[in-house]
Design a protein around this ligand. Structure first.
Ligand SMILES: Cc1cc2nc3c(=O)[nH]c(=O)nc-3n(C[C@H](O)[C@H](O)[C@H](O)COP(=O)(O)OP(=O)(O)OC[C@H]3O[C@@H](n4cnc5c(N)ncnc54)[C@H](O)[C@@H]3O)c2cc1C
Length: 476
């Protein structure tokens, strides 16, 4: 038997396994799906030769991750592609705001707000690396308190308040609202501004790159590196109960609270079980992937400089869209997050053809088909888009959950990122990675720092497991 078992080969499961293996443990990863990667996998979802990212596509958190940065992933096939600009945000007048990689260029197309943008992000960007280490971690005494306070004060505001305080014009406000909408929170609620600040900071410090060949390449690189450390991975192996794992400890679970409830059965003490049952999942997503016979015909040419394009124009429109899932409603004009990786990565599509990836937020478990509404948003900023579609794949919340059981009701972040759940997910404990079951740990995005492909939930969970193992060894 191995020294440790990890259930789930998502980015956090693989990160946890790597941390344990680097500490000298023999590790086995058990993954339900036939391929590794969880939310970082790619497949031919539409036509042969078109490679689509089934879940995650753009990886600012991956390239910034304090763990991934230390791993020799380039030696295992990972190559980051950096588009000329991280993000474009078109408007109805045919122009676009473009978020630039360098803070000196800051953002283009927002007029006098350009210097205000620079003033907001300059103090954060100057100390980006230590700040990211403090932010991508559970609650702790910060190693860099001044930098964290600079971030924390504006981050605690609702995005709408910060956008209106920091900028005068509707273009910069709309751009910031689009960043903050990644929180999947209503933008009038804190800490939605934190997501806007974080994504802007990442754009100006590390960029918003993506892996050549698809997100699968990141997962394959993590898996390949783990194997060089002696780690084993068994795919096609769904774990139904902790009892299957015998006495091996530690066990690290890349599952959400619902998964833990299923695996542990009646072994969990009532108080902790009730805490897990109260855990709140966030809105779901409705996702489309397209095979296209050419590039998206953006009215604003600047949109072709960025791999990510946000469709929703103004702060008011994005705010209205992001408020609907919480009310159980559908936005007629949904805020759409779109990626066009093949413009910068020819491996994604046959010559002369393109791919595109997009999703919008919907109520958790929604069964409404959003295809027409999403495509209408693209057409609004790129007339003629529909004629370029050769084939499409549509995944609603139910299909996304069927694809990966961690996406409960289509929630891609392993639980709502509300003020309380952001830091104390899944329940308030000194170490949120521990459970009342000795040697059993949670390592998924349902633990701090939450959703995204950064592996830091797995890294912190593995360190918690190693601390427990060491203190047990010292006692005996
Ligand atoms: C449509 C979509 C778009 C996204 N876009 C981005 C993006 O652009 N950038 C970004 O950073 N993030 C993005 N995300 C979020 C990101 O994918 C997740 O936050 C991340 O994958 C979470 O990693 P994880 O390891 O915690 O869980 P997951 O990646 O969900 O992996 C969990 C793994 O555990 C396995 N598993 C679960 N239960 C069991 C069991 N009982 N037995 C065995 N195996 C089990 C699952 O099969 C799965 O492989 C997106 C997600 C989706 C769905």
């Amino acid at each position: 038997m191995p020294d440790a078992i990890v259930v789930g080969a998502g980015p956090n499961g693989l990160a946890a396994a790597i941390e344990l293996a680097r500490a000298g443990m023999s590790v086995r990863v058990l993954e339900a799906a036939d391929t590794v990667g969880g939310g970082a996998r790619s497949a031919e979802l539409t036509l042969p030769g078109f490679v689509h990212d089934v879940c995650s596509a753009i990886h600012p958190l991956g390239v910034a991750s304090p763990l991934f940065r230390t791993l020799p992933l380039a030696e295992h096939g990972l190559e980051w592609i950096e588009p000329p600009a991280p993000l474009a945000h078109p408007f109805d007048d045919g122009t676009a705001a473009v978020l630039e990689r360098s803070l000196d260029a800051s953002v283009r197309g927002v007029g006098e707000d350009e210097s205000r943008w620079r003033r907001l992000f300059a103090p954060l960007t100057r100390g980006a690396e230590p700040l990211l280490e403090d932010v991508l971690a559970p609650l702790h005494v910060p190693a860099h308190p001044v930098q964290l306070t600079r971030f924390g004060i504006p981050a605690a505001l609702p995005a709408t308040a910060l956008a209106r305080l920091a900028f005068r014009g509707e273009k910069a406000r709309g751009l910031f609202a689009g960043l903050a909408a990644h929180s999947m929170l209503p933008l009038g609620r804190p800490p939605s501004a934190a997501f806007g600040l974080m994504l802007g900071l990442l754009a100006h410090s590390v960029g918003w790159p993506f892996p050549r060949g698809g997100s699968q390449m990141l997962s394959d690189a993590l898996a390949s590196y783990l194997r060089t450390l002696g780690g084993e991975i068994e795919t096609g192996r769904r774990v139904e109960s902790l009892a299957e794992l015998g006495g091996t400890r530690p066990v690290l679970l890349d599952v959400t609270p619902r998964g833990l409830l299923g695996l542990a059965g009646d072994r969990l003490p009532t108080r902790y079980r009730r805490g897990l049952e109260r855990y709140r999942y966030g809105p779901g997503v409705f996702k489309l992937d397209w095979a296209l016979d050419g590039p998206i015909p953006w009215r604003a040419e600047a949109c072709a400089r960025a791999a990510t394009v946000h469709l929703g124009a103004t702060l008011e429109e994005i705010e209205a869209s992001e408020a609907t899932p919480g009310r159980g409603e559908i936005a007629e004009r949904p805020f759409v997050l779109l990626a066009q990786q093949s413009l910068f990565d020819p491996t994604r599509a046959p010559e002369g053809r393109q791919t595109a990836w997009a999703y919008c937020h919907v109520p958790n478990g929604s069964t409404v088909d959003m295809t027409g509404r999403i495509e209408a948003q693209v057409e609004r900023f790129a007339p003629g888009f529909r004629e370029r579609i050769l084939a499409r794949s549509a995944l609603g919340p139910a299909e996304i959950e069927r694809y990966n059981e961690n996406y409960v009701g289509g929630d891609i972040n392993g639980g709502a990122a509300t003020l309380t759940q952001l830091f104390t997910r899944p329940v308030a404990r000194v170490s949120p990675y521990t459970t009342p079951l000795p040697g059993v740990f949670l390592c998924s995005s349902s633990t701090p720092p939450g959703g995204g492909v950064h592996g830091m939930c797995g890294s912190h969970a593995a360190r918690a497991a190693l601390r427990c193992a060491n203190s047990r060894a010292t006692r005996t």
